[in-house]
Design a protein around this ligand. Structure first.
Ligand code: C2E
Ligand code: CA
Ligand code: CA
Length: 804
């Protein structure tokens, strides 16, 4: 843009001649195509220069003349003439002193004509002096003397006039010729033809001189003016052209009406230059809005600037042109003359519709998610930032909600990304439908959505909205003939209480969301301060956990599983322990979910599996070992290979190994899980379903996989012992179902004799619990198999209280 050749600013320059014709300097009417209004303005400006001096000169010469004629003309006549001259001088003074109104740039020929009245009046005053001398009735020599003195006085006056009104030759010539003619006629009347000729002879060069001088001076003043105009124009153009590629110049007068309308400006307006000239600029730009006064914001600003006579640059304003929306960029500054008076505005403009449209598109792209059309992360951020600022300022509250879709990954993996995308679009529609004017929902990415609540002073509203979101998003979806069920977890945080910055508030909501996912999904949690501490601890612990395998910080403990009827040991469940120098003994309830999240569980699980096989092979052949397997581990690519190699390397027969899995496995990818479990069963390995009844309780998968054992969670055992009917009913139902499917049942967490009695009565086949033994080290399991101790196993089991 900078190197572009500047277009010649031929715009807005009125038609003006280079050599001024006589007609122009006499202020006569111009021919068509000529414009001398500006010339007339320059000419007329001269009359307002030093009116005081001029008036003084007229009065002074008048007084001197009266003195010279004292003993020639009768005193009353003389006094009358002096009064006449004074009246004339004052009248002219009044009419020509510089006015308060701004200096005019153009003057019509009619206005110009008016100033000749001064010359005419002045001429009459001084001609009357000649008449008074002639009519005095004095002797001829006295009259001649009087005429000569008057001639000298008028000469001084004429020279002074010619000098001061050199730009107004017509005025000067009118006065000079009237006075010279009067003087010449007077000399003839007193029989002095030579003096009469002399009077004319002096007038002629005066008139010619004033004309020539006028032409030269006007010419130079004009070109000076033009040069000033041009420099102004060029510098304006240069500046604007470099900045914005200006397309046209525009000008207004003091009344904010367009003047000197260039064809390019008119073209931009879709009009003819003549239609535009003299029209209010705001009317031209605002179009229909001019009548209603209903301007867009940008136009208000434009109007304000014009009103306040302030410069502005690169103001982008919408312009409606023939029903089409265009965008203009306008810059302008007020024009001020030498005396500081405001003349109007002069500026540049360009059509920036294309840039604006692409900018709009870009900014739309930058602020909206293309897949769902919802506001994207950037806009959510902005909106949250604004809501926070508002809440800070007014001491109110805003809220931020994070929504994560449950089981979305499964849909993507099994039905493919196109289906996943369409599902996300439907999710967005449902979300959007729940939003009020107070809320904005957006997509943060993936299957993560967010809601900004501008006003969250009512905490029940947050809960209600979260609940409606979960309910709405959990309804079935129809996508490409698939009926899909997913759920949603929600976490919310209230600003500024739970976070003073966007980042803090988002993190708080994220922690609450994390909590919801941990709580089993499909729930809403609001942020609690301890979540932060928990998260931080989790982060630090994760760092330690990463090195735990290498540093050999894990070991296994074994908890006996016994026959419910006779208490004989059937096997052990292997339970992992982590001993860290910083955290000491960490519970698996803590570190297993952490390992799952940090994707460390696969390696850890493999280690546990191998360790358990190598230990178990040293027990008597009827004793089994149960190993817990996380869903991630089971679904990992070489799970089967690692199981096979653990069995082979340890020499443990497959039927002595039992793998414990939980229902959550089927939530991820039911089909794939069933396949892997089939392979496990095909190897002769036993399977048990752990923590039954705590998960999702959809029993469909129980028909697909032949579990050997169902483990009844401890909560039902304690519940049943306390007489909770539901727990009793569940255990009964599980036992009945397991029997019918030829599965075994294990009751977990039996701690008391009462519980034991109840479990036996309910028909559970096996028992695991502190009553029979706590988890113990491998070394502590070995004495149990010594023949002489085998008669009192229960006492032995109880003595060993290690581990958990
Ligand atoms: P789980 O598989 O349900 O294991 C049984 C848990 O109940 C063990 O807790 C055990 O110590 C505890 N328990 C057994 N009898 C009683 C009782 O009478 N009263 C009470 N109050 N508790 C009893 P632990 O060892 O803390 O393990 C917790 C969970 O950690 C396990 O639950 C299992 O889900 C997981 N876990 C432990 N080791 C491993 C592992 O090697 N791999 C995987 N993936 N998960 C493991
Ligand atoms: Ca288990
Ligand atoms: Ca369990």
């Amino acid at each position: 843009m900078k190197n572009k050749v500047l277009p010649v600013p031929d715009i807005n320059t009125p038609n003006r001649p280079n050599v001024l014709p006589i007609r122009a300097i006499f202020g006569l009417k111009e021919k068509s195509g000529e414009d001398w209004s500006e010339i007339r303005a320059i000419q007329l400006a001269a009359i307002s220069v030093n009116p005081m001096t001029r008036t003084g000169v007229i009065l002074g010469i008048g007084a001197l003349t009266a003195l010279a004629l004292m003993n020639l003309v009768a005193v009353p006549v003389l006094v009358g003439w002096v009064l006449l001259n004074t009246a004339f001088a004052l009248w002219m003074h009044q009419g020509t002193k510089p006015s308060q109104s701004p200096v005019r740039k153009s003057i019509t020929s009619a206005e110009f004509g008016k100033i000749h009245a001064y010359a005419l009046m002045g001429g009459i005053v001084w001609v009357s002096a000649f008449a008074a001398i002639l009519a005095s009735g004095q002797p001829a020599d006295k009259v001649l003397l009087g005429l000569l003195s008057l001639q000298s006085a008028t000469m001084v006056l004429m020279v002074a006039l010619v000098i001061s009104l050199s730009t107004l030759p017509s005025v000067a010539i009118l006065f000079v010729s009237m006075v010279s003619l009067a003087s010449s006629v007077s000399f003839l009347m007193v029989g002095q033809p030579l003096l009469a000729l002399g009077a004319i002879g002096i007038a002629a060069p005066l008139c010619l001189g004033v004309m020539r001088h006028c032409r030269a001076q006007l010419g130079s003043q004009l070109s000076e003016g033009r040069l000033r105009d041009k420099t102004e124009t060029v510098s304006l153009l240069l500046r604007e052209f470099e900045d914005s590629g200006a397309d046209w110049l525009w000008q207004t007068d003091t009344a904010r009406c367009a003047i000197h309308v260039s064809p390019r400006f008119a073209y931009a307006l879709g009009k003819d230059a003549r239609e535009v000239e003299g029209e209010p600029i705001l009317k031209l730009i605002a179009g229909e809005a001019w009548e209603t006064g209903n301007y867009p914001n940008e136009l208000h600003e434009f109007a304000e600037r014009l009103k306040r006579r302030e410069a502005f640059s690169n103001l982008t304003i919408p312009v409606k042109m023939n029903g089409q929306q265009r965008w203009w960029e306008l810059s302008a500054s007020p024009r001020i003359n030498e005396t500081g008076a405001f003349l109007g505005f002069r500026g540049v403009g360009s059509d920036v519709t294309e840039q604006c449209q692409s900018q709009e598109k870009i900014s739309h792209l930058a602020r909206f998610d293309t897949l769902t059309g919802l506001p994207n992360r950037l806009q959510v951020n902005e909106s949250l930032s604004a809501a926070l600022a508002y809440a800070e300022q007014w001491g109110s509250r805003c809220a931020f909600m994070m929504i994560d879709l449950d089981r979305f990954k499964q849909v993507n993996d099994t039905l493919g990304h196109p289906v996943g995308d369409r599902l996300l679009a439907q999710v967005s529609k449902r979300l959007q439908a729940l939003m009020s004017a107070n809320e904005l929902c957006g997509r943060l990415g993936g299957d993560e959505f967010a809601v900004v609540l501008r006003d969250a002073n009512d905490s029940t509203h947050i809960n209600n909205l979260a609940r409606s979101i979960i309910t709405s998003l959990s309804r079935a979806y129809e996508v490409d003939q698939h009926t899909i069920y997913i759920g949603a977890s929600v976490g919310s945080a209230v600003g500024p209480r739970d976070g003073r910055s966007v980042e803090m508030l988002m993190r708080s909501a994220d922690l609450a969301l994390y909590r919801s996912k941990e709580d089993g999904r499909g729930v809403h949690n609001s942020y609690q301060p301890q979540l932060h501490a928990i998260a931080e601890e989790r982060r630090l612990m994760e760092i330690e956990l990463r090195h735990a395998l290498d540093k050999d910080e894990f070991h296994l403990v074994y908890q006996p599983v016994v026959d419910a009827m006779d208490g004989t040991l059937t096997g052990f469940e292997a339970l992992m322990r982590w001993t860290n120098e910083k955290y000491g003994n960490v519970s698996p309830v803590k570190f297993i979910p952490l390992a799952e999240e940090a994707r460390l569980i696969v390696a850890m699980g493999e280690w546990a599996l191998r360790r358990a096989c190598f230990d178990a092979v040293q027990w008597p052949s009827q004793v089994k070992v149960a190993v817990n397997v996380s869903a991630d581990q089971l679904m990992s690519a070489n799970f089967i290979t690692s199981v096979v190699s653990a069995l082979r390397d340890s020499g443990l027969p497959a039927q002595r190994l039992e793998l414990e899995v939980t229902e959550s496995l089927f939530l991820r990818d039911g089909g794939m899980a069933v396949q892997v479990l089939d392979q496990v069963l095909a190897l002769g390995i036993k399977l048990s379903l752990d923590d039954f009844g705590t998960g999702y309780s959809s029993l469909g998968y129980l028909r697909k996989t032949r579990f050997n054992t169902i483990k009844v969670d401890r909560s039902f055992v304690t519940g049943a012992a306390k007489g909770v009917d539901e727990c009793l009913a569940i255990i009964r139902a599980v036992v009945a179902m397991a029997d019918s499917l030829k599965m075994s049942t294990t009751a977990e967490g039996v701690e008391t004799e009462e519980e034991l009695a109840l479990i036996r009565e309910l028909g559970c086949k096996k028992i695991q619990g502190y009553l029979f033994g706590r988890p113990m080290t491998f070394a502590d399991t070995l004495p149990m198999f010594e023949p002489n101790l085998s008669h009192d196993r229960r006492d032995l089991y109880r003595k060993v209280e290690l581990g958990a």
